[in-house]
Design a protein around this ligand. Sequence first.
Ligand code: MN
Length: 198
Amino acid sequence: MKDMIPVDGQFAMPTLGYDNLADVISKETLGFHHGKHLKAYVDNLNKMLPGSGLEGLSLVEVVKRAEGGMFNNAGQVLNHAMYFEQFSTTPRPMGDKMKALLERDFGSVEAFRKEFEQKGATLFGSGWVWLSIDKEGRCVITQQRNAENPVTMGLNPLLTFDVWEHAYYLDYQNRRADHLAALWKIVDWPVVEERVLC
Ligand code: MN
């Protein structure tokens, strides 16, 4: 997976490669989610780094080692960097290798999508649903609470949907399942597939 390296002891704000995602995520939601929520996590993490003993480590290494408030902010920076990176206004389809992996481990791409959506919809409270590769090379779907990321469980994370209310409330109100079902329209699969190799 893609990691982030601090420059002069500070992590940069992940940039967006788009400014709206059509009818799936509104410009207003993107503005709050990226410009306010993610910015606060980046700013908080950068304030906590000096003197923490974790200065100079990559973001993934910080997430693996940090605790408490520092873990929450570092985890949310990593989670959102991966989340925003995997979408596009011109999404490209899934390649044959990814399709074969999902068919092998879930039976079909449709069965994978159904389980992923169901695990996102039923996660109680705030968190993330993830597709990862485990140490044996198999695909697994996990529900992670709050700022958790599968790297802390030794997994290689590939794809994530944010189920915190701030990700969808302006556009979908309480209809989390509808939001999750719509997100497939904007997943840029080659970005997800590159994470398999990292
Ligand atoms: Mn979020």
